[in-house]
Ligand binder design. Structure first.
Ligand SMILES: NC(=O)c1ccc[n+]([C@@H]2O[C@H](COP(=O)([O-])OP(=O)(O)OC[C@H]3O[C@@H](n4cnc5c(N)ncnc54)[C@H](OP(=O)(O)O)[C@@H]3O)[C@@H](O)[C@H]2O)c1
Length: 365
């Protein structure tokens, strides 16, 4: 199987101005890899901020102008690489209706195509490289959990054999609200087919993370869950549309990127494992599903007792969803999961250090 190591040549990472992409570069660099860090616009504020951080990391070369919607724009970055970590996607900050100069202008269409069409461009560059042996794709538990939730028993353990498209209502599946999950499902299938068609030149592994959290390396990484949780520590309501109370299925970004690296380096036949070449990355056991208004706030309070904490608005739906405890990733890859207390502590500390939140001290009793 085409496992890779730092001996095999450079590796490339897509979406390096993002939260996971930035951490992926760091993880690979500290393990001895020469890393090509792909960003799409080094002159955007996120691009500049990311570049300032990434240029300080040893053995990292920035490659600017890599846009998912531009065929051929990853060719230079991937040439001569042994592995590619495809982390970029249209979501969060970049799915705000303003951040896709080469998109359609329709957010749900860009979310879908950022995965499916963007990944076709990434695969085109993998094939053109002639050197890439393994592609590690960042999918989501959004491609695992889905309509089946209506029929499974309480406490059902979701595993890599589950697909969000199982038992789905076709009309709903093709509606704008399913564009992210549909993009991830279709892109996983697309990548697997492309790997098969490569005739053994390269193979693919997919990582399926839950909600990603942990320390910020640079300010442009603020967005989605790290922003929502940071705001609670800053005494604010989590931002819209995440302002309501809800359960939070956590994975630490550092554990996630380590699992990506292990997947690239593992000599196991990923396709032959249960559920195929996909690995759910989700928090540890009973602490993995946390309610914003109670458990998350309690953990932050225990570690930062002086702080006035924000509170999500009442009315968020849903109860805990039981995803397995990263069992397969732990058994097969040797993935490790740190305590969620550490994840939240490091998020709060880095948010203060970078000036993202300003701690507010509770009024004296
Ligand atoms: N956040 C979560 O909780 C979560 C959960 C499960 C799975 N995931 C998946 O994990 C991966 C990383 O997520 P994240 O939260 O770290 O994302 P993020 O912080 O929003 O970063 C997304 C990255 O993708 C890049 N990007 C967006 N549109 C692009 C385009 N047209 N061309 C090239 N690059 C583009 C962004 O670049 P710009 O800065 O230039 O926009 C950014 O570098 C994604 O595949 C996501 O679907 C995330």
């Amino acid at each position: 199987m085409p496992a890779i190591s730092p001996h095999d040549g450079p590796v490339a990472v897509t979406g390096c101005s993002g939260f996971t992409g930035g951490h992926m570069v760091r993880e690979l660099a500290i393990h001895g890899y020469e890393v090509r860090a792909c960003i799409r616009d080094a002159n955007s504020w996120r691009g500049k901020d990311a570049a300032e951080y990434l240029q300080r990391v040893s053995n990292v070369t920035l490659v600017d102008g890599c846009d998912l919607f531009t065929p051929g724009s990853y060719d230079d970055a991937f040439r001569g690489c042994a592995g590619v970590f495809h982390v970029a996607a249209v979501l969060g900050n970049s799915a705000d209706g303003k951040s896709q100069p080469h998109g359609s202008g329709d957010v749900s269409q860009d979310v879908y195509n950022g995965g499916r069409v963007g990944t076709a461009n990434v695969v085109g560059a993998v094939n053109a490289s002639g050197s890439v042996r393994r592609l590690v794709y960042t999918s989501s538990t959004a491609a695992v959990l889905g309509a089946k939730a209506r029929t499974v028993p309480d406490g059902y353990e979701w595993t890599e054999t589950d697909w969000a498209s199982d038992e789905v209502d076709e009309e709903r599946w093709h509606s704008a609200r399913s564009s992210y999950a549909r993009s991830k499902v279709d892109t996983e299938h697309f990548i697997n087919k492309a790997a098969d068609e490569s005739g053994g030149r390269w193979d693919a592994v997919t990582m399926n993370p839950a909600m990603i959290c942990g320390p910020l390396l640079f300010k442009a990484q603020v967005g989605q869950w790290v922003e929502a949780l940071g705001r609670i520590a800053g005494g604010l309501v989590p931002f819209s549309p995440l302002e309501y109370d809800r359960d939070y299925n956590i994975i630490d970004v550092r554990d996630l990127v380590k699992a990506h690296r292990l997947a690239a380096e593992s000599a196991v036949d990923h396709k032959a494992t249960r559920g195929g070449n996909r690995y759910i990355l989700h928090g540890s056991g009973g602490r993995s599903s946390l309610r914003f208004s109670t458990e998350v706030r309690e953990i932050i309070h225990e570690q930062f007792p002086w702080l006035q904490l924000g509170e999500p608005k009442a009315g968020g739906g849903g109860g805990p969803t039981f995803v397995n405890d990263c069992k397969k990733a732990k058994e097969v890859l040797g993935a490790t999961i740190r305590p969620v207390e550490e994840t939240l502590r490091d998020l709060v500390e880095s948010s203060v250090e970078l000036g993202v939140i300003t701690p507010r001290v509770k009024a004296a009793a």
